[in-house]
Design a protein. Structure first.
Length: 433
């Protein structure tokens, strides 16, 4: 066994703790099935590690069988009955005011945390507990809109996930045509930007020597990818997604490429929504590619503008009706000045209360320290591209020497780092109209 395989096996053993099942007499003695409250309290009150894991397994099995209505009641139960004890917390605060020693501080910190977090921690210790909790939160997210009172439970899960999924635990793996089929099937299923319709299409993205794909994995989730990015090694910054995905194209040697293009980034786990992985992924992949190919000088994305059409619909419903009548990409050529004018307003002027860019992809890349490099009209002429953004695509540039500086100016000043050419394109149409 290689040292690497041994190391991975060791890590996996730390995170995946199978339960040695043994019968508990007091389970069989109960004639009536345990209620949700009974099971939760058993997990919360268990003193020994073995009994805590046994009860946690029962709790997860119970949750996984609940329909949406009963699951809502479960979440309400764990929210209302396993909250912070304000009386105990006030007493701890008073004790700390009298004597600010470490013991009183630790007591205060323990009591300031909702009791349900420890229940979730115990559930994380069972076999495949992490992915099961991620899937549980996926269901919770679907219930929050009509049940906002459950946001506190969601906050607790996010708080725990941010600790469990910190960068130190993430493992970067290349995905290629030699990757096991069960993982490749998940890449097809999770692709969220440019749909993969067949194994042949997947092969075109993974097998050629000038294409790369990388994914983050977590030891507790084994072969479940968390997020992946697809990369094209090219000689020029592309303005159309067709130039990246077309089957009949000129292959180039990786050592001859001077541009690395991140053309698709897909989050795989809906239960981890709101936890950022893409910023670590892009920067690590860019640095790794730079070390492998010193000829690559530019790292850019070819990104969609998914919020543009919805924003136009809100801003100018009449113009959106005009867009809805256009079914072919050629028809969008005539309305370029108008659409670009809206694009300029969309990118350069925020309608959000926090002053961040209107577009979610722009917020992501600019927040990572990239700059808006190029506006590409009719960059994506697929039906999906036309419906979401009128075919508009943009390139974000990752200058590895400036990403930290760009990130700081964006976060502290809401400053959009944009190239002169891109800004000129956007302002030009605003003036012409």
């Amino acid at each position: 066994m290689s040292k690497i395989n041994f190391f991975h096996g060791l890590i996996n053993s730390l995170f995946d703790k199978p339960i040695k099942r043994r019968p508990f007499n007091f389970f069989s003695e109960k004639k009536q099935p345990l209620s949700s409250k009974d099971i939760i309290e058993n997990v919360a009150c268990a003193k020994g590690e073995v009994s805590a894991l046994e009860y946690a397994e029962l709790l997860m099995q119970h949750c996984e069988k609940l329909n949406d209505k009963d699951l809502i009641n479960f979440f309400k139960l764990i929210r209302d009955n396993f909250e912070i004890s304000t009386s105990e917390l006030y007493e701890a605060i008073d004790q700390y005011k009298v004597d600010s020693n470490s013991e009183n501080l630790i007591t205060f910190m323990k009591l300031s945390e909702p009791k349900r977090r420890e229940i979730f921690r115990r559930c994380n210790g069972i076999s495949k507990g992490t992915i099961r909790l991620v899937n549980l939160r996926k269901r919770l997210l679907g219930l929050l809109k009509k049940n906002p009172e459950l946001n506190a439970v969601d906050y607790d899960l996010v708080y725990l996930f941010k600790n469990w999924f910190n960068r130190g635990f993430l493992i970067l793996r290349p995905i290629n045509w030699e990757t096991p089929a069960h993982i490749l099937e998940k890449i097809i299923a999770y692709e969220a930007v440019h749909e993969i319709n067949s194994w042949d299409e997947l092969r075109l993205r993974l097998a050629p020597k000038d294409r790369r794909c990388f994914a983050f994995f977590h030891p507790a989730m084994q072969d479940e990818p968390i997020i992946f990015v697809e990369v094209a090694l090219m000689n020029n910054i592309p303005s159309k997604i067709k130039d990246v995905l077309e089957e009949e194209r000129q292959l180039i040697e990786p050592h001859e490429a001077n541009v690395a293009v991140f053309y698709s980034i897909s989050n795989c786990q809906k239960g981890l929504s709101g936890i950022s992985f893409g910023n670590f992924l892009i920067k690590q992949v860019a640095n790794d590619l730079k070390l492998e190919f010193n000829n690559i000088k530019e790292f850019v994305t070819l990104s969609p503008v998914p919020g543009l059409r919805n924003w136009i619909k809100y801003k100018d419903p009449k113009f959106e009706l005009t867009l809805e009548k256009l079914k072919k990409s050629e028809q969008f050529i005539k309305i370029k000045p108008s659409l670009m004018r809206y694009a300029g307003d969309y990118f350069l002027n925020s309608d959000r209360s926090d002053g961040m860019p209107n577009d979610p992809v722009a917020r992501f890349h600019l927040g990572n320290g990239a700059s808006l490099e190029q506006i590409n009209y009719l960059g994506d002429t697929s039906l999906n591209g036309l419906n979401l953004s009128g075919g508009l695509m943009v390139n974000y540039l990752y200058d590895l020497d400036k990403v930290e500086e760009n990130h700081e100016s964006f976060i502290s000043e809401n400053k959009i780092n944009i190239s002169k050419n891109a800004k000129k394109d956007l302002i030009q149409y605003a003036k012409d109209n």
